[in-house]
Design a protein around this ligand. Structure first.
Ligand SMILES: NC(=O)c1ccc[n+]([C@@H]2O[C@H](COP(=O)([O-])OP(=O)(O)OC[C@H]3O[C@@H](n4cnc5c(N)ncnc54)[C@H](O)[C@@H]3O)[C@@H](O)[C@H]2O)c1
Ligand SMILES: [Zn+2]
Length: 366
């Protein structure tokens, strides 16, 4: 069991990582509940497996439960999904002093967190993330959003949860591909600033993907600690520190856009390929050695994650991919944030990347 604090003036919170924590879900969330009731927001897949046991435990502790189940998938993170959710909450008589529970993956966390930020000018929410990606990434840090016609996550707010309850055992029902995609974000934390953790991934990644509870707990704790400390230094992505979390994401975004954000390449897979490309581009720029980039590729390959254009199934030209990057929401003042590396666990924000050079690199990258 480990407890990690996100140190933020005024809106800090704790994250509990504990295998089996959901057995005692009522004890964990009770300190945050007023009005003796909670509103659970979840999706169909998660509801089928987890809603009943969790609801039963909360009811046993005397809480009234209302639950809202949305369709699984990115489409629920939309204006329509937000409208349905907020209308439902208002129909239920939700008040500002109530607390919402996001029980699900990143889609549910982002939608619920955003709804909480605007319901009656803001109520509280708790994250109970159920995908590996949500446990190591989206449930921590307070970014909430919905998608709009112009792109993903463009409408949203920073809104920190009151508490994050992570039970690695819920991952037992997560499909293998989703688990692997979430693992790409785990590897990311090693590559950002923790070479020893990357080494741990090389040794134990396969075990984690077999859902070994100890390996999962360890990796989730390491990941959350890194994210929490970076978020504490730069809550709203103002200083550039938080941008480190985007390692692999600018390249990855181009690959996702090229594959139409389809199931051909899910986010974590695109990030895996993007991280390998970032390392290989760092070699081209003389920042790190070829052996280091090959180490990244070899690990991703060993766990069946894409590690470049070919393995991601992308055939586009460098110029096409650059065009996708230019539509990335991370672009500011005509500049794109490229995260490059001086070595394993030594990621830095490169201010002066020439897009023509990136295009030339992508034309010859595998
Ligand atoms: N807020 C942030 O900081 C942040 C960071 C990264 C990603 N995101 C967002 O998160 C979303 C992606 O998150 P995700 O990968 O969790 O997607 P998701 O919420 O769509 O979950 C992936 C799939 O797994 C299913 N699922 C989740 N938990 C399950 C479980 N325990 N058992 C069975 N099935 C389960 C879901 O129903 C869904 O089909 C994207 O919308 C992305 O923009 C947000
Ligand atoms: Zn990501």
């Amino acid at each position: 069991m480990s407890k990690i604090s996100v140190d933020l003036a005024g809106n800090g919170y704790d994250i509990l990582v504990e295998a089996g924590a959901l057995e005692h879900v009522a004890t964990h969330i009770m300190p945050f509940v007023s009005n003796k009731r909670v509103f659970i927001i979840t999706d169909k897949n998660v509801a089928d497996r987890w809603l009943l046991p969790i609801t039963a435990k909360l009811k046993k502790s005397g809480l009234a439960i209302s639950s809202h189940i949305v369709a699984a998938g990115e489409r629920s993170k939309s204006w329509a999904g937000l409208e349905q959710l907020t209308d439902w909450l208002l129909d239920q008589g939700a008040e500002r002093s109530d607390i919402l529970i996001a029980l699900g993956g990143g889609v549910i966390g982002d939608l619920t967190g955003f709804a909480a930020s605007i319901l009656k000018r803001g109520c509280q929410f708790i994250q109970i993330p159920t995908s590996l990606l949500a446990q190591v990434d989206s449930s921590v840090g307070g970014k909430t959003a919905i998608n709009s016609r112009a792109g993903k996550n463009l409408i949203g707010r920073f809104n920190q949860p009151k508490y994050v309850l992570i039970d690695p055992l819920v991952l037992n029902s997560l499909p293998d591909r989703e688990l692997r995609a979430g693992y790409a974000e785990v590897v990311k934390y090693g590559l950002i600033n923790n070479p020893l953790f990357f080494e741990w991934c090389e040794q134990h990644g396969a075990n984690l993907l077999r859902r070994d509870p100890d390996a999962l707990s360890y990796a989730i704790t390491q990941s959350v600690q890194t994210k929490a400390s970076i978020v504490a230094e730069d809550e709203k992505e103002l200083s550039g520190r938080r941008a480190l979390l985007n390692l692999g994401h600018t390249f990855g975004h181009a690959l996702e856009a090229e594959t139409g954000y389809s199931s051909a390449l899910v986010h974590g897979e695109a990030v895996a390929a993007g991280m390998a490309l970032a390392y290989h581009y760092s070699v081209r720029r003389g920042h790190c050695t070829d052996a280091e980039a090959q180490r990244v590729t070899a690990h991703l390959d060993s766990v069946n994650l894409p590690h470049g254009l070919e393995s991601a199934g992308v055939k586009a030209s460098g110029e096409t991919l650059i065009q996708h990057m230019l539509h990335d929401k991370k672009m500011t003042g005509g500049n794109l944030p490229f995260l490059l590396a001086n070595g394993i666990g030594q990621t830095f924000l490169a201010p002066d990347v020439d897009l023509n050079d990136i295009a030339a690199f992508l034309d010859i990258a595998a």
